[in-house]
Design a protein around this ligand. Sequence first.
Ligand code: AMP
Ligand code: MG
Length: 427
Amino acid sequence: MKHRWTKGAPHKPERRLGAFAAAAGKWRKGIFLAVGLMAALLRFHGMDAEFDGIATVRAAENPPEKLQRFEYAAEAMAEPLKIILYAPDEPTAERAAQAALDRIHQLNDILSDYDPESELSRLCLQAGRDKPVRVSEDLFRVLAAAQRWSERTDGAFDMTVGPVVRLWRRARRSRQMPDPTAIEQARQLVGYQNVLLDPDRQTVLLKKAGMRLDPGGIGAGYAIDEALRVVYKHGIRRVLIDLGGDIRLGEPPPDRAGWRIGVPGLDPKAPPREFLLLSRCAIATSGDAWQFVELGGRRYSHIIDPKTGMPLQARCSVTVVAPDGLTADVLGTALNVLGPEKGMKLVEDTPGAAAWMIRAAETGPVTIASSRWIHLPREKTPASERSSFSLDSSTPKKADKKKLDKMPEQEKPGVAPPGKRSGAATP
Ligand code: AMP
Ligand code: MG
């Protein structure tokens, strides 16, 4: 089936070339994204900054190509998808964007945990049957990467949190605390050690009946990497792919130093804290800004500590820059669980990764940056112009509602599901 861009998008691509034209000021899962030419950025012309594998600033070294800007928007994996690319003509742009969208939908059909027909859901039905299941290359790749990260994070990142996540998703909707016995039972099913992968046969064995794999912290990252690959195959390299705030960047726009990407603080309503100028890498933000529930006066994040089965409660936002989307996505989630000390050590040990973390403390917000973060190219903003924010000013009810509205219908109580796409990413 051919998937479509939202009405008018492929046929009437936006070609605004003015500064900040693209998506300035629009929140998506905590990341602001603005694309545009800042005259000042041209100062970076000719500079080629490389650090540990990420080339973040690179100017157009050839005579300016005759490229036009095209922008497409759609929904995929239950998240807003935006692709901005520079192509010589509209048919080329459209073919590339359509192929990327098709690829993301194909991955959703494999990875969705909402769609009972997805390959992932069907695999989970085989849990506890003691029979290895042969899976597609994509699913195997995602699971193998997840396993590697579970080992590296000592289980702080763990796709087997599915049963616990389910309980807390229900709590979010019903606004009722889950039953402690149910939490404990669900927690018993968590443990990446119970996922056995056989790379030779490309098979997966889930040891315990009732196990469920949750793609929410890795699926979007993998999908944007694959989408970028597809766009590159169409000969287009100046591209930005934003899937619900997981952003993958190719080469920068013509004559620009990099894509201008805003880094959020704790308050989703406040303007970005600063703007990075990036290309040929990925950036993702993870935290409780958008997805949380307040129960009994406490705020529970959508991120779970697999060791306790409880959601995180400290207000935290982590932004990660990494060479690829999967790494940025996973690290963002993992750092929330690991906390600053272990988390930043992991980032320092990961080639090309940089992270910035902001956490609420009694004395006010505390920020921590990794060593590579400090050296990322950024737009210089005078301190006086930087936005301030208040922890209490965040009233994300509206934002939260937006998220819930995007939820696949079968997850909403009492609503029939016809024809709605399900999402690999958590709504
Ligand atoms: P992200 O928004 O990338 O931080 O991903 C968060 C999503 O990942 C949650 O909504 C869950 O679906 C899933 N998740 C929650 N906790 C964990 C965890 N400890 N390890 C892996 N995935 C998790
Ligand atoms: Mg993540």
